[in-house]
Design a protein around this ligand. Structure first.
Ligand code: DGP
Length: 211
């Protein structure tokens, strides 16, 4: 009997409004249409108890010290790790909108220490691929459509972008940087091509951990 093939952990990262939600939805739809068991989720997962506190913080109804909110975002990922592992090992591919890298990028953009921010993420399941939708800081500066949530400010997003760039060069073996100013169709084709090659490659590999 051939061993059960695991699913892939595919993550989308980037600044607010970089197109992650559209691209993660389109990739999930494509994989499902090919009969590949696929589920989508996003972090923060606002439905858990911890997620509700995070939501209160993001919608500005609650203030918390930077260290506390950082660890709550991380805890929100840790609390779902068992479920994610089970699904991956059962053969389901997971498409995740934001992960540990957003945790690091948004906190470091506030002036916090990079290593301090990364430390509690270590041990979480390592993604097989990260699609980084990079919006140039100059184009972010032109965006006026940011909403009301705490981080949706151009200057802050430019700092977030700089941290994503740093992580992207550190983690270049599994990060795929994509120019977010391309059309949604072009982006989707690039992402689909990479993902379709990746799935059979990782299916027999053990899950790895962020280190
Ligand atoms: P989203 O639901 O993807 O729009 O994310 C909501 C906001 O939360 C967005 O501004 C990015 C931010 N965010 C997501 N994950 C984290 C995290 O782990 N830490 C921090 N500080 N911010 C995060």
């Amino acid at each position: 009997m051939s061993p059960l093939k695991r699913g892939a952990l595919i993550v989308f990262e980037g600044c607010d409004r970089s197109g992650k939600s559209t691209q993660s939805r389109r990739l999930a739809e494509l994989l499902k249409s090919k009969g590949i068991p696929t589920e989508s989720l996003n972090f923060p997962a606002r439905s858990t108890n911890i997620g509700q506190v995070v939501n209160g913080y993001l919608t500005n109804s609650k203030d918390l010290p930077d260290e506390v909110i950082h660890l709550l975002f991380t805890s929100n990922r840790w609390e779902l790790m068992g479920k994610l592992r089970q699904k991956l090992l059962a053969g389901t591919t997971l498409i995740v909108d934001r992960y540990s890298y957003s945790g690091v990028a948004y906190s470091v953009a506030k002036g916090m220490d990079f290593e301090w921010c990364y430390a509690p993420e270590r041990g979480l399941i390592k993604p097989d691929a990260v699609f980084y939708l990079r919006a140039a800081p100059e184009s972010l500066a032109k965006r006026s459509e940011f909403g009301e949530e705490r981080y949706e400010k151009v200057e802050f997003q430019s700092r977030v972008s700089a941290v994503f760039d740093r992580i992207c060069s550190n983690e270049s073996t599994y990060w795929h940087q994509l120019d977010a100013s391309q059309t949604a169709d072009d982006l989707h084709s690039l992402i689909a091509g990479t993902a379709e090659k990746l799935l059979p490659q990782v299916a027999t590999q053990p899950l790895d951990k962020l280190s």
